[in-house]
Structure formats: C-alpha cells, structure tokens
Design a protein around this ligand. Sequence first.
Ligand SMILES: Nc1ncnc2c1ncn2[C@@H]1O[C@H](COP(=O)(O)OP(=O)(O)OP(=O)(O)O)[C@@H](O)[C@H]1O
Ligand SMILES: [Mg+2]
Length: 261
Amino acid sequence: MKIAITGKGGVGKTTLAALLAQAYADMGRQVLAVDADPSPCLAGALGFPDLLRADLRPIAEMDDLIYERTGARPGTVGGFFTINPRVDDIPERFSVSNRGVRLLEMGAVDIGGSGCICPESAMLKTLFTHLLFRKDDVLVLDMYAGVEHLGRATVDFVDAMIVVVEPTRRSLGTAAQIKKLAEDIGLTRLWLVGNKVRDDEEATFLQAETPGLPVLGLLPADLAVQEADRLGIAVYDHVPALNQEAQQIANLLLEKATSQQ
Ligand SMILES: Nc1ncnc2c1ncn2[C@@H]1O[C@H](COP(=O)(O)OP(=O)(O)OP(=O)(O)O)[C@@H](O)[C@H]1O
Ligand SMILES: [Mg+2]
C-alpha cells in the first residue's frame, strides 16, 4: 500500500507519517518511509537513534552519486545528462532501518514539471517514480508542504493521499487546493486527517468545514508531542493518545484504500 501525506506547512505531516510508519511496522508489515522534505526530519519523528541518523543523507545532496548516475554535476544547466538514471539500488543502499521501518531521505522533490531541467531533478523524479512502481509492502511518503508534487505517477500508484489539516481556515484552504489539483489529474483516493485538535468545538469545525473530503481521524493537540521531540523519542512511544488514534487510522486506511482498488 502506498500512502502520500501532504498538507500545509507545519500541520503535522511528518508527525503523522512517523506514527503510521511505526504502526504498520508493529503490525508486522515491511515499511519504507520516505522523507521528501528539503530539510528532512522524519528520522527524528521516528525516534531513530543518532548512530543510525549519522548514516543518513538526502539523495538530493549526494553530488557524486548524481554525477555518477546522470553524467553531470548538480547545478549544471544545459549540456547532456541522462534523464532516466539507474536508481533501483538506491532505496536499499542509502536507507537505514530501525524497528521495522526502513527510512530513505530524498530531499526536495520537484515532480510537478515546472522546475529546472537539471541532473538533480532528473535523479529525484526517476527515484520518485521508481518508488511508486516498486512492490513495497507499505510505502509512506512524507511530502513537503504544497501541492506541486502531484504528478501522473502519483495518480496511478498512490493508494491513499492524506491531507493533514489543523482546525484553521488556512490549512483547510490548502486542503481545498490540494483536492482541486488532485481532481484535475484524476486522483480520487483522498482523505483528511485533522491534527492538533483541542476540543469538541474544533473537532466539529473540522468536520463541518472539510472541503468535501472524508475525515479518517482526528489527532488531539498534546503538549507531549513537543516534549517527545525535545527528548529525542518517537511520538508513537511517548504520546498514547496519538499512538491509539494513529493505529485506528492505519487500520481504516487498510480497509478503505484496498476496497477502492
Ligand atoms: N498533535 C499535536 N499536538 C501538539 N503539537 C503537535 C502535534 N502535531 C504536531 N505538533 C507540532 O507541530 C510542529 C509541526 O509538526 P510536523 O513537523 O509534524 O509538521 P509538518 O507538516 O511535517 O511540517 P513541515 O511542513 O515543516 O514539514 C512540530 O513542532 C510538532 O511537534
Ligand atoms: Mg514535515
């Protein structure tokens, strides 16, 4: 199952990605979690030990690898380079694994086609498509804020796109934008997850104002989330309320995403 997590900046995409990845791993599934943020922080949210994190570096920053695979140095404009470099060995070679979750840091991905035609974007686009094609048991993609990454491959291979929102009109506005973009390219497997919900009033607001997207679940606001970050441990281990809700969301997704296929 392939799950892409998106939404406005700071709403809790990485927190939810980490929760879902660990929830599936604890169900015995093989999980590949992909951090596609220009400044990666999924390793921290998953509570990966420092020793493992020291081995991680975003693919987007591996200049020598990009050169080796595409034939040109990152930053090169014009000239010749391979637009479909070999990437099949990358997920295994450059990821680290902890408690059943394999984590790959991609770095910034410009999938929308508007960006530069340069070796690094060729590399990342090919890798992104490869990840969507692969037969991983569970793939969790922590996308960066914004909607530019919604491309053709996303429509064909993503089983569920989750839009994370806070109980604010602004984050719901972004959700509406993402829905529109998704519809434009034919992606219908879209769900909403509310985060940082403080009380019933906020829960009701989210349910009432959703831009026509089914709500999969609501994660409560909990100061222990920040505490987990400060202590360097996973929210999954430190905050029972979020752990429980995430497990429910993980199970619901298994039912809903597979029943639509
Ligand atoms: N349920 C919650 N309760 C309290 N704080 C939360 C909750 N969820 C997330 N946070 C806090 O909100 C901040 C943003 O969370 P997170 O990094 O998961 O969001 P994001 O959408 O991935 O952000 P970005 O767009 O920068 O990648 C973090 O400081 C996190 O600790
Ligand atoms: Mg994030």
